[in-house]
Design a protein around this ligand. Structure first.
Ligand code: C2E
Ligand code: CA
Ligand code: CA
Length: 385
């Protein structure tokens, strides 16, 4: 049954059903909010099992927004407010309904304003990469640096990537930003190579970049352009993205594996990886999520998880990096558990590319006692399997 027929089949007499845009419909009826909610729930369920078009089963979801007149606005405004509630449902994954909430609408407006600024950020040169070292747990040599993006806006100040990356993803801006990060990181990597610094350079790869058709090709071309070895360049991909196991992410992994880059599974422990899924993935490294590192000193459970992750990684020939190491106690526990590399404020905060180079040349002992830049180390890491 087509969408319109389905919708009209549940609309009672006297209800107005109209098509607003391509796949957007408005339903107007006279009922208390509680009744409208039940109705919206039925609409969502109506599409829960997808649709049959000819002999093909298509997965569709319905997202609904409810607004009441006059509580949520005049008759002129109410449709826009219902649309705003619907947008909030779509952003959180769809397949549900929500009642208009002025707070959410305000956030959406703020987000739109940020997205507008973000659109200009590249051409206005407002991005910068900071780099945070990863340290070998036994020798304290620097094995790698991870590029972390910063947005410096003249009015908004320094906006955290945790805030602007999800907005960039939702507004279709991540591809341009991700390409910039890749190019900038490769440029710095080439510079460091020229000055004799032997360490990997890592970038964070967003879910949407994994869906970008030319991502692996861009990595390959960039490596060639800068004459860099592929396995000295790391792509950090979060566990939740790695486990999506969709045709698109599988293809992206295969392509990256072919290019030969070092693959790191980031925020490990927050998703629900199965051993077999991990085994099939062309990963070289697992990064234990900061939450476990933070909890280790006071939680037996966190300690058990870290230990299990290390054992599993060893069995699969993967290196284990622990991130967010802030205290000596955490460091000692992680070393004891068998982590190969450590990263965190205890060793170094993210710093500019120039600061990394200076460290290497001048070894400013005051910055970090245990950090000896003359000891930059090249890890061979396990082979792809
Ligand atoms: P992440 O990849 O898990 O990066 C680690 C975050 O923890 C960084 O935050 C880093 O500054 C912070 N951190 C490092 N050591 C410590 C520590 O000892 N204690 C504490 N409390 N924090 C520590 P940052 O730079 O704000 O980045 C946040 C997230 O934004 C990153 O998490 C990553 O998911 C994302 N991100 C950053 N740069 C990029 C990028 O270029 N592309 C994409 N797609 N995502 C990025
Ligand atoms: Ca990361
Ligand atoms: Ca992480």
């Amino acid at each position: 049954m087509a969408s319109v027929e389905r919708l009209s089949s549940v609309c009672a007499e006297g209800t107005l059903l109209c098509r607003v845009a391509g796949d957007e419909f408005a339903i107007l009826f006279n009922a208390p909010l509680e009744t409208s909610k039940k109705f919206a729930g039925r609409l969502v369920d109506l599409f829960g099992n997808g649709m049959q078009v000819d002999d093909q089963h298509i997965s569709v979801t319905l997202s609904a927004g409810l607004a009441e007149c006059p509580q949520h606005g005049s008759s002129v405004r109410v449709l826009g407010r219902a649309a705003s509630a619907m947008t909030s449902v779509k952003i959180s994954g769809g397949g549900a309904y929500a009642v208009f909430d002025p707070g959410v609408e305000l956030k959406q407006r703020e987000e739109l304003a940020i997205a507008r600024e973000l659109r200009q950020a590249l051409s206005r040169n407002q991005f910068e990469l900071m780099f945070q070292p990863k340290i070998d747990a036994s020798s304290l040599q620097v094995t790698a640096v991870e590029a972390l993006l910063r947005w410096k806006h003249p009015k908004l100040g320094a906006v955290s990537p945790e805030k602007f990356i999800p907005i960039a993803e939702r507004h279709g801006l991540i591809e341009g930003i991700g390409n910039w990060v890749l190019e900038a990181a490769l440029k710095h990597a080439a510079e460091w190579r020229r000055t004799g610094l032997r360490m990997r350079v890592a970038i964070n790869v967003s879910r949407f970049q994994m869906r970008q058709d030319d991502f692996a090709a861009r990595v390959e071309d960039g490596l060639k352009l800068h004459k860099l070895q592929a396995n000295r360049f790391t792509c950090e991909i979060t566990e939740s993205v790695a486990m999506e196991n969709t045709a698109v992410t599988r293809r992206a992994f295969t392509r990256l594996e072919k290019v030969g880059v070092h693959i790191s599974i980031d925020d490990f422990g927050t998703g629900y990886s199965s051993l077999s899924a991990l085994h099939k993935m062309p990963a070289n490294e697992l990064k234990i999520d900061r939450a476990f590192v933070t909890d280790m000193p006071h939680s037996a459970e966190a300690r058990a998880i870290v230990k299990a992750v290390v054992q599993m990684a060893q069995a699969l020939n993967l290196r284990v990096v622990a991130e967010g190491v802030e205290t000596e106690l955490q460091r000692d526990m992680l070393v004891h558990a068998g982590c190969n590399e450590l990263q965190g404020y205890l060793f170094a905060k993210p710093m500019t590319a120039q600061a990394i180079t200076l460290w290497a040349q001048e070894a400013p002992k005051s910055l970090l006692q245990a950090f000896r830049p003359s000891l930059f180390k090249e890890t061979n890491g396990p082979q792809l399997h």
